[in-house]
Design a protein around this ligand. Structure first.
Ligand code: ATP
Ligand code: MN
Ligand code: MN
Length: 308
């Protein structure tokens, strides 16, 4: 995947037309990342990120004073929001306020201007809010779980999803875990998507109760990995590929090829400071075929593999 070539020339990177006020404002002081530095990072990431984030409802973590300042988890448009951010009416949203999306690079930089440090899309596009187009399995290690066990969990999710006919794409969360994402041809609704994802999680927890749990109860999680399927409901979100995280060191959620999964690359290994070198030298985008690989959700729920 990594080529010997040097970084591709800067001219090819998109430039923004959005006005960045206070470009030197510090967003991650520990990593030395400013508002303008964040925009530069997204300029590098955009060609990989764009197909995965445009035209989907977004929830946003806004931290106008940096990652360790006051934050707002926001699902709707806000006062003073950049005009490059789209507002969309969700007929099922009882608040009556518009939800938000972006359709281009200036939209993304509009988010940067608004102090957005995390971008969390729905598992559906604006094209059809009732027919999701991806499944995300979020692997959340409890205290005391070794990284190798999280890697094994991701591989097991992959095996089980592949048995059901889905292609699986991997990324670090930028936090503590991994996300396994499968493209779905939109046809089934939210209830079917969530019960399918629950079926995978329940099967894993049922077959290996010492390793996995499928319910969120904190007290039951020590030493186990939560297979968090709840990212798959209507209005639920998971962090976008290439999105930064509002955590120490400016980590990003980085798409990986399955062969890259190893002890060396931990969940927050890739950061705003080190991601550009990876992206500039990436021969093949590990998620290049993401949309092409979509298949519809089948009719039958996933089965348990082993009887205990
Ligand atoms: P980790 O690897 O640490 O689990 P993660 O991205 O999988 O990282 P969270 O940061 O806990 O996990 O986010 C999980 C989901 O919870 C997000 O996609 C989002 O939908 C929701 N979420 C995140 N932050 C907030 C918040 N401040 N308020 C409400 N919901 C949030
Ligand atoms: Mn998680
Ligand atoms: Mn989770």
């Amino acid at each position: 995947i990594v080529r010997e070539e040097k970084a591709s020339s800067k001219e090819k990177l998109p430039r923004w037309t959005v006005k960045l006020t206070h470009p030197d404002r510090i967003y991650w002081k520990d990593a030395g990342v400013t508002k303008e530095g964040l925009a530069e990072y997204y300029s590098q990431a955009w060609r990989f990120m764009a197909p995965l984030v445009v035209n989907r409802p977004l929830a946003l973590l806004r931290c106008p004073n940096g990652y360790d300042g006051q934050s707002f988890f926001q699902k709707h448009a806000w006062k003073g929001m950049s005009s490059n951010i789209l507002t969309v009416h969700d007929p099922k949203d009882k608040s009556g306020q518009p939800i938000v999306a972006i359709d281009g690079f200036d939209g993304l930089i509009g988010l940067v201007q608004g102090g957005v440090l995390e971008i969390h899309p729905w598992q559906a596009s604006l094209h059809d809010l009732e027919r999701p187009d991806q499944i995300v399995m979020d692997l959340d290690p409890g205290d005391g779980v070794e990284w190798q066990a999280v890697i094994e969990a991701a591989n097991e999710v992959r095996e089980r999803m592949e048995v059901e006919g889905f292609a699986c794409f991997l990324k670090t969360s930028g936090g503590k875990g991994l996300h396994v994402v499968s493209p779905v041809k939109p046809s089934a609704g939210w209830d079917e998507l969530k019960s399918f994802a629950k079926g995978i999680a329940d099967a894993m927890a049922g077959d290996s109760p010492d390793r996995f749990v499928a319910t969120v109860t904190k007290s039951k999680r020590r030493g186990k990995i939560l297979i968090d399927y709840l990212r798959n409901g209507r209005g639920a979100t998971a962090v976008a590929p290439y999105s930064t995280r509002a955590r120490a060191g400016a980590p990003v959620s980085m798409p990986l090829a399955w062969e890259e999964l190893s002890g060396e690359i931990g969940p927050a290994y890739f950061t705003v400071p080190n991601a550009p070198a990876r992206l500039a030298n990436l021969g093949t985008d590990p998620w290049e075929d993401f949309r092409k690989a979509e298949v519809p959700l089948g009719k039958s729920p996933p089965k348990r593999k082993r009887k205990k």
